[in-house]
Design a protein around this ligand. Sequence first.
Ligand code: RB5
Length: 146
Amino acid sequence: MRIALGSDHGGFELKQNVMAHLEKKQIEFKDFGCYSSDSVDYPDLAVPVANAVLSGDYDLGILICGTGIGISISANKIRGIRCALCSDTFSAHATREHNDANILAMGGRVVGTGVALDIVDAFLGAAFEGGRHQRRIEKMMALENL
Ligand code: RB5
């Protein structure tokens, strides 16, 4: 499994902890920035991670900003992206199972590291269930053509 990661300055510290966690679990990843706690604009980080996932080079993405809101809204503007902002583990696995979310977003100023790492594990450990959810995803993705 290959994971594309990105954050703005508000998510920088949590992203460092997520990367250490992935490293420990021997999960391959690439950090698409930012690379310091200097202020940056979250849409600039959502785009490379979204493109990395859409290219097929990475299986899933993780995006982090202060709240997780700006970076998830930005990612969801990109055709083909289903980015789920999660602050709990139930949502994290349910969004893979039901929504086939391809990017997880979190708020670095919202969730503590312990919860965030559990959210990451729940998201990466779950799989899309298909069936009735497939029809719903097709309807959801058709909204991109409105
Ligand atoms: C940056 O200060 C902050 O606005 C950003 O990280 C995020 O919370 C936006 O949604």
